[in-house]
Design a protein around this ligand. Sequence first.
Ligand code: PMP
Length: 402
Amino acid sequence: MSEFEPASRVSRIKSSASVAAAARVRELKAEGRRILDLTVGEPDFDTPEHIKAAAVEAISQGETKYTSVTGTPALQQAILQTIGLRTGLHYTPAEITIGGGAKQVIFTAFMASLDAGDEVVVPAPFWVSYPDMVLANDGTPVVVPCGEETGFKLTPEALAGALNERTKWVILNTPSNPTGAVYSRAELRALADVLADFPHVYVLTDEIYDQIYFGEGRLTSLVEVAPELKDRILAVNGVSKAYAMTGWRLGYAAGPAPLIAAINKLQSQISSCPSSVSQAASAAALTGDQGFVRESVEIYRSRRDAAVAGLNAVDGLSCATPEGAFYAYVNCAGAIGKTTPEGTVIRDDQDFVLYLLDHASVAAIPGSAYGLGPYFRISYATSLDIIEESIAAIDKAVQALS
Ligand code: PMP
């Protein structure tokens, strides 16, 4: 039998580094090792009861069939209402789409819009999936490094330098995975001013963490400060992070009708629709009591404060204060070039993260996976006890380097 040869688009991409890290942690745990797991990209809370109850109700009412590609009327209404409240702008049903998670919506958006040679500006550090999603859909990721000195954010100058006639998309992820950085109104406005000169460029704003925000009031969305760009912005969101619903797989996006129609056309051939039960649960999440979101944000805030203070107290590490999401991006330049007790040299953040796993039993993800080193990402979507124990173990391991 001849060896299976995957399609070229498969060899062009990597598996998700965060999914791989989670699998490695599961393996080590199965071997009986106790691992302090800071890799997790999902809330450690359970889905709220009223959301589960809506799913159970949908099942018993026989809402178990295909829905329209664009979702049940209840979910459509819930999404339109949510987007209206968040942006202050009016969207119609023809301007929204749904999919099996924000991840699938983003993938399908690229599939619907990219041809070979089209460029996508990806500010780094980036969510691991963006470049590979672009590559899988024949596009070319143009990675723009955004260092700590600009708060890990894309500046107007860097944006202007990356745009050209081949640019199809710019990705903006606020709050960011992996840094927790949030774009202010003024920063968004300055980026919008640059985009005014490039009318062929679309912006994908990934706002999946928009409710996990530690600042005053509500997070600002690009379309809100630049409504003149509404026909060029695809605002992506979902229920995974805010409502602890990662396993339900439901994401949505709002954007210009022609783009949405193209996405929906593909969606009709890809999955027909996301699970009808998840749609019912998601409608309940978006329209029901929002107390869970407020309470969980306060819990994340206290964990963030403990994590940032603890990590900054470690000689050799430093960490900016994230304004949203549940990640911190830790600078480990102070550990690079040092030698482990076994005599091996830490060459980069991948070596450092492996060293932490071996010596501190702490699992984190190297910054190189996000396109900017030497850093590592920790998730604080875990208990305060685990965070404190991890930081003590990290401190001990770092001090053992010479
Ligand atoms: N965007 C970002 C920045 C994320 O971190 C994630 C989840 N890790 C997603 C999108 C996808 O979310 P989901 O598919 O669960 O809606």
